[in-house]
Design a protein around this ligand. Structure first.
Ligand code: 13P
Length: 252
């Protein structure tokens, strides 16, 4: 069974000062929530401060994006090599990056491979839009995103996949645990088995989209949901830790 993980995606929130304070709050409470990996993903500019704030605790750090090239004339971009000294994880292919910044399965794939080469663990995000779900295409869309995003990836020991239905993100309208399980234990697991055989079953799968302390346990009770990728509820240390505690309890 894959390990349990709760990751906080802070998106474009916090300042240097509030990021350090939030991270310190999570680190202070992390000792009381065992049995789940805790990852904080602040904006780039706060990665170093968050790394310092959680040092000595078991909390890990992730970035929210990166460029696939190692260095060069890419104004405003950040490479995997740069991140490798600052954090362990990187979120890739979040639907906001796909929708607002033109990312495609192909660019996500380049990033995943570059991240792994640099020793970062990618949290690869997939998920269908409301239109795709209503057209009955959710499973096909998600399966296609996993297959394309992970093309030519060979070492999957560092891989995490997050299912975030676009219609559930930031809307307060979470998917039901059954809907999430259907996609995660179906389309996503099928694609991982296609790509990696039985080893695909060891990839941790996170649900994301309006996760909070009240619903996290019901998601984590599902067989193929090993934790959460949390947006809004990760911006308060106590809420984030409550989500983690709910996942631990559900996973027994
Ligand atoms: P919310 O938890 O705010 O819906 O955000 C989910 C998300 O996009 C995490 O990556």
């Amino acid at each position: 069974m894959p390990r349990s993980i709760v990751a906080g995606n802070w998106k474009m929130n916090t300042t240097l000062e509030t990021a350090a304070r939030l991270a310190a709050g999570v680190a202070a409470g992390a000792g009381s929530v065992g049995g789940v990996e805790l990852i904080l993903c602040p904006p780039f500019v706060s990665l170093a401060a968050v790394r310092d704030a959680v040092s000595g605790s078991r909390v890990e750090v992730g970035a929210q994006n990166m460029h696939h090239e190692g260095s060069g004339a890419f104004t405003g971009e950040v490479s995997a090599e740069m991140l490798a000294g600052l954090c362990q994880y990187v979120i890739l292919g979040h639907s906001e990056r796909r929708q607002l910044f033109g990312e495609t399965d192909e660019s996500v794939n380049l990033k995943v491979r570059a991240a792994l080469l640099a020793g970062l663990r990618p949290i690869v995000c997939v998920g269908e839009t409301l239109e795709q779900r209503e057209a009955g295409d959710a499973a096909d869309v998600v399966e296609g995103q996993v297959l394309a995003g992970l093309t030519d990836v060979t070492d999957i020991s560092d891989l995490v996949v997050a299912y975030e239905p676009v219609w559930a993100i930031g809307t307060g309208r979470a998917a039901t645990p059954e809907i999430a399980q259907e996609i995660m234990g179906g389309a996503i697991l099928d694609a991982l088995r296609d790509l990696f055989g039985d080893a695909g079953e060891e990839v941790p799968l996170l649900y994301g989209g309006s996760v909070n302390a009240g619903n996290a346990g019901a998601f984590a009770e599902q067989a193929n949901i090993h934790g959460g990728l949390v947006g809004g509820a990760s911006l308060q240390a106590d809420q984030f830790l409550e989500v983690a505690a709910a996942v631990v309890e559900a996973k027994g």
